[in-house]
Design a protein around this ligand. Sequence first.
Ligand SMILES: NC(=O)c1ccc[n+]([C@@H]2O[C@H](COP(=O)([O-])OP(=O)(O)OC[C@H]3O[C@@H](n4cnc5c(N)ncnc54)[C@H](O)[C@@H]3O)[C@@H](O)[C@H]2O)c1
Ligand SMILES: O=c1ccn([C@@H]2O[C@H](COP(=O)(O)OP(=O)(O)O[C@H]3O[C@H](CO)[C@@H](O)[C@H](O)[C@H]3O)[C@@H](O)[C@H]2O)c(=O)[nH]1
Length: 341
Amino acid sequence: MNILITGGAGYIGSHVVKQLLDETNHNITIIDNLSTGSIKTIKTLKEIAKINNKEENLDFIEADLSNFPLIEGIIKAKKFDAVIHFAASIIVPESVKNPIKYYMNNTVNTTNLIKLCLDNNVNKFIFSSTAAVYGQPYEIPVKETTPTKPINPYGMSKLMSETVLKDCGLAYPDFKYIILRYFNVAGADIKIRIGQRFPNATHLIKVAAETAVGKREKMYVFGTDYPTKDGTCIRDYIHVDDLADAHIKALEYLTDNDSDVFNCGYGYGYSVLEVINTMKKVSGVDFKVEFTGRREGDPAILIADNSKIKNKMKWQPKYNNLELICKTALEWEKKLLKEEA
Ligand SMILES: NC(=O)c1ccc[n+]([C@@H]2O[C@H](COP(=O)([O-])OP(=O)(O)OC[C@H]3O[C@@H](n4cnc5c(N)ncnc54)[C@H](O)[C@@H]3O)[C@@H](O)[C@H]2O)c1
Ligand SMILES: O=c1ccn([C@@H]2O[C@H](COP(=O)(O)OP(=O)(O)O[C@H]3O[C@H](CO)[C@@H](O)[C@H](O)[C@H]3O)[C@@H](O)[C@H]2O)c(=O)[nH]1
């Protein structure tokens, strides 16, 4: 297949590209504006392509999805079979302060990309959605049928794109999509070749890894009065390589099946304190942790019901082990530290 990957220089997109290069012969074109993605990640992906004798299979174009004529030209010229669309703005508190940025980048640019696919006979579309579309769900674990009620513009911007996809799937029977609703994505490539590079990270496991290697003097726990076993929020952490595998499965699945939406998580939740203690254990560092008030917009518990993706796509996670997730995040952080030295 000839595949367009938007946001392939970013955290999750780069893991999917790496996995495609390791496991398939697909041709890949990455479009990324490098706003949070990194040219260093692209260099590593080119090295992985070279080692796999697939240099010809990987192309990188630095471009912004808001440049509609440029994106149209690329899509017309390249005749893609499928799109995997990761490019987005992803920081929840920023979306509350600057909603227009989120609706423009996540909803408007996605709608244009879908339009260009429809205009140019690109009939397979894999979309990065999020557990944030559920808001504060009334049932745990969360099923795909649980009502969607986002509590911030980030979640709403993604839900709006889901709606565009669903309506287009109904209106144009040849157009098929898979919506993947990711829960909390964490860790790094199991061989530690790539990982999350973006500075000023806010994700818990990345922050804990940075604190363990001494990049941060201390870290904070946001809220200790939630109705959970230890008072801190509970999340379903999925290793990024298992999530990458779900994308490869989704591409295969769309060949013989209809459009659909799937949760991506392990179906098990850990509290913030459990995650921090696991990072302390695997690093052997008793780093400083301070307790502070709740962070705005955090639901107490988010755990996926993953039976649908397991049953229908035959997705089987390989790395559902919090220690392993923390270890890969930590090893990646050590690698970044050496690179910076
Ligand atoms: N990280 C998570 O825990 C998580 C959870 C749920 C959903 N998601 C979704 O997964 C996707 C990837 O997230 P990530 O964690 O890899 O984030 P990321 O910031 O590392 O990756 C996003 C990539 O898209 C690029 N990009 C952004 N806007 C662009 C534009 N207008 N034109 C071209 N390129 C653009 C960035 O440079 C970056 O490389 C996003 O759609 C996000 O909403 C992430
Ligand atoms: O330094 C920190 C960072 C986070 N947390 C807490 O840890 C939990 C997880 O937070 P974080 O890692 O920031 O992830 P979420 O806010 O749960 O959001 C992630 O997971 C969602 C899906 O569940 C996605 O929609 C989002 O894009 C993605 O950022 C939350 O309770 C935070 O309050 C802390 O206590 N201290």
